[in-house]
Design a protein. Structure first.
Lengths: 325, 323
């Protein structure tokens, strides 16, 4: 890895953390509506994963999508503008927290019905297979999504058709407030791949380099035609399922234990102890990230609301203005 | 003009579009080796091959979901759901994904997607396999719902649907496949979102679509023998709904009967009647009548099933009611 690559991973994780902390504040100030699902604690998962992709590789995820949006290269200010429902937001203020996408960055959303994007991911991969693109679709979802039928239909289809998909289960140990072992017949999610004769592995999701390395290897395998693969990445969310979660389902000691394992902290220590960077260099980077996010919040707050015409725009790709159905 | 069946018309539309455009492909249960459960894709597998005629597992959510994903990559999938009754297993992908993605992501996602399916009763298939839930799907902005009643429209509308960049639910009728009609020999397209006068008349306006067009035509022929000339407006597309020919006809006749195969409550007839009242209230000479399926799960027994489905006599009775 080059110095720049090491640095980029660190910077992206810090930006995600700061964007999410700002989002929490903006939510508490009443400036963000609806639901807000924060990615704090899980930064190493998408950062490591997406750093391993090639530009032609597609990314699709669930509703906890702000971190993924940053990792695919959407500027923090466009993520925050979307959270504030502004016209400058990445989905023009019409998607909100759970529905961010940027097709120019090969990021296909942001899908809020649990598990429903898995069949769509199979279709993205089918499109690439059909058109002979050398691309892999990276499909991320939570542990909760593995209990719904869509997961099983999609995994089965992907295996039957040998589709180039990397299925990534972000096991953050809770589907909303229900612990994995209370909801899933197997608590190691990767075991679910066995029923589909699909290769699989379990990766430490608090270690960004471990995730990156695992993803690089598997992506190349899939690209060479080996078919779909299920990777379970074990992680933990430090905040509630969404803002306003009373968190009656877990003890604060448990959260503390995981916080000691903070993915940014671990990586920072690694960079310093292996003399890749000095502490002062990382401090400087932290400051740079802070001012970028501060500026992003300012941009979002000052951005205009969508105009009234936006209400009826983009219902269909053809025949604009079919107002009355 | 050639006189062909609706089945042949649909088959020709698919064949011609697949010949014309490499990005068009079919996926669904039994569409390939079997040749389609209604034999619409017979011969396609041998001609176009397994890549373009894809047999799927029995996984409706995966069929529609995968079609959505493939459409996003620029392909033009034609997904087949064996019957509309199985569309409920893919409901989420039809109404929560296909109908919403373009709008929700600010116009970034383009979905050139057709979902072909088959509805309707009258074949003694029992309550779970005989439904006409078209109105449910027409409820959702973002989705287009097309339901042709003639061979010519079936072909022209399906070709338009395949070339369209919007998600379209294309509803065929199980008992219309054998029905014959004149179809132009040359390549042609029928515009989506346009209703059509299928029979001119001056005394009463019958608004209908799909299989009920056939029933309404028969009723109109009988009424004609009694000196009553019904004008029949075929909606052809349920969303977006083209009310202009309906309103124009109504302003002429001042009387309307709406005939649909689905249940009356919250149905197509309710929608069309409400819009006539909203847009042409001053022209109303009699309360608008609705002919629809009796409000029961469709029974297996042939006599009971036919009692529940709208018949020619029901249309005639309703017309006489408004005159």
């Amino acid at each position: 890895m080059t110095q720049e690559e090491y640095l980029e991973l660190y910077y992206q994780m810090v930006i995600i953390r700061l964007v999410e902390e700002s989002a929490a504040q903006l939510y508490q100030q009443g400036k963000i509506g609806g639901f807000l699902h924060l990615y704090i604690g899980q930064e190493a998962v998408s950062t490591g994963l997406i750093s391993a992709r090639k530009p032609q590789d597609r990314v699709i995820t669930a509703y906890r999508d702000h971190g993924v949006a940053i990792n695919v290269g959407i500027p923090a200010k466009l993520v925050l503008a979307e959270l504030l429902g502004k016209a400058s937001g990445v989905s023009k203020g019409k998607g909100g927290s759970m529905h961010m996408a940027d097709v120019t960055k090969n990021f296909w959303g942001g899908h809020a019905i649990v598990g429903a994007h898995l069949p769509i991911a199979a279709g993205l991969a089918l499109g690439d297979q059909y058109q002979d693109h050398q691309a892999v679709t990276i499909c991320m979802f939570g542990d909760g999504a593995t209990n719904i039928g869509y997961f099983h239909e999609a995994l089965n289809l992907s295996k039957v058709w040998n589709l180039p998909v990397l299925w990534v289960c972000e096991n953050n140990q809770y589907g909303m407030g229900t612990a994995v072992e209370r909801a899933s017949a197997v608590s190691e999610i990767r075991q679910k791949a066995l029923g589909y004769n699909m290769p699989n592995s379990r990766v430490d999701g608090m270690d960004v380099l471990a995730v990156r390395q695992a993803a690089q290897e598997v992506l190349e395998q899939i690209r060479s035609g080996s078919g779909p693969y299920l990777m379970e990445i074990v992680t933990y969310r430090y905040r509630g399922h969404s803002m306003g979660d009373p968190e009656r389902y877990r003890k604060q000691e448990e959260v503390k234990r995981w916080e000691e394992n903070d993915p940014i902290g671990i990586y920072r220590k690694y960079l310093i102890s292996n003399q890749i960077f000095e502490e002062s260099q990382l401090d400087e980077l932290d400051q740079k990230a802070e001012s970028e996010v501060k500026e992003a919040v300012r941009f979002a707050e000052e951005s205009p609301e969508p105009p009234a015409e936006a209400l009826f725009a983009d219902i269909y790709a053809e025949e604009e203005g079919l107002l009355h159905g | 003009m050639a006189r062909i069946t609706v089945r042949e018309a649909i088959s020709q539309a698919l064949w011609e579009e697949m010949e014309r455009d490499e990005s068009v492909f079919i996926l669904g249960e039994e569409v390939g080796v079997w040749g389609g459960t209604y034999a619409v894709t017979k011969g396609f597998y041998d001609h176009f091959g397994a890549k373009r005629v894809k047999d799927t597992p029995i996984s409706e959510a995966a069929i529609v979901g995968a079609a959505i994903g493939a459409a996003l990559t620029g392909l033009r999938p034609v997904a087949e759901l064996m019957t509309i009754n199985f569309a409920f297993s893919a409901m989420d992908h039809i109404v929560n994904e296909a109908a919403k993605l373009h709008y929700m992501f600010g116009g970034q996602f383009i979905l050139p997607l057709v979902i072909r399916t088959v509805g309707g009763g009258g074949r003694q298939l029992g309550a779970t396999h005989s439904q006409t839930p078209d109105a449910i799907f027409a409820h959702f902005p973002g989705l287009k719902v097309v339901a042709p009643g003639t061979a010519a429209d079936a072909k022209g509308l399906l070709k338009s649907a395949i070339r369209s960049n919007d998600p379209i639910l294309f509803i065929e009728h199980a008992t219309l496949y054998q029905s014959r009609g004149e179809v132009p020999e040359e390549d042609y397209l029928t515009p989506i979102g346009k209703s059509k006068i299928q029979r001119p008349g001056k005394d009463v306006t019958i608004v209908t679509y799909s299989k009920m067009l056939e029933i309404s035509m028969k009723a109109a022929d009988q009424l004609s023998q009694e000196g009553i000339e019904a004008e029949i407006v075929d909606l052809r597309t349920l969303r977006p709904l083209d009310m202009q020919p309906v309103i124009e006809s109504f302003k002429k006749t001042n009387r309307a009967v709406i005939v649909e195969e689905g249940w009356r409550s919250y149905g197509v007839g309710a929608e069309v009647a409400a819009r006539i009242y909203e847009e042409a209230f001053d022209y109303v000479d009699a309360p608008i009548q609705r002919v629809a399926q009796k409000e029961v799960p469709l029974p297996y027994n042939r006599t009971l099933e036919q009692m529940a489905l709208p018949q020619v006599e029901d249309v005639i009775r309703a017309v006489k009611e408004v005159l």
